[in-house]
Design a binder for this molecule. Sequence first.
Ligand code: PEP
Length: 254
Amino acid sequence: MRKKIVAGNWKMNTNLQEGIKLAKAINEKLTTKNCDCGTTGVVIAPPFSHLYAINEVIDSDKICLTAQNCAAEEKGAYTGEISAEMLKSIGVKAVILGHSERRAYYGEISETLLKKVKLVQKNGMKPIFCCGEKLEEREAGNHFKIVENQIKEVLFELSAKDFENSIIAYEPVWAIGTGVTASAEQAQEIHAFIRKIVADKFGQELAEKKTILYGGSCKPSNAKELFAQKDIDGGLIGGASLKADDFFGIIEAI
Ligand code: PEP
């Protein structure tokens, strides 16, 4: 059976005190011990500045502490960067990579992302790799190709063993933070496509095991329908992960 995951991407929201309060609230609501980042799991990705303190107030067997990014280099003269090893040393278990906001505003390309994925894995953490098309790409009917290339250029460069240690998040850019959600059918269609290209590359058995999350205006009211789809194994949640009740509502949907 595939592992289900609900992951909250806080982006650049909350100050430290608010972040600790939110993390504590989520931690208190969770009764099931269910985090290992690769099995059924609840993931939170607070800003870098909060990670150490939040690690102190959550139960690591309930919540998988995740970062939103890391450096593409191992160490050295890269002012302002945070390395994968630094994250590992403060208890981080997974790292979101390739989010569309990083691709759009910080010019992240596949070459950089592959370096980051490798560093994350080298440090024993799991990459949560985001892919997804822009509205104009979907309207032109190019969404399958775009998503395929994003995955091919990064995750398909890994060995089967390393690929297995990754999570894919499909996030159509037009649905992120817009309130517009992909319909359950649209999401299922592309998730099934992703699973097929994984099967073509690494075999059916691995494809069946791969966790593929949906992201884009997912909320308690639509999560159930999305998660009921055969190839959708949970969600990467932005806005709705900033309120403990909403985030918990989505966790309950899974
Ligand atoms: C995201 O940024 O990963 C995301 C899915 O955001 P939202 O849920 O706010 O659309």
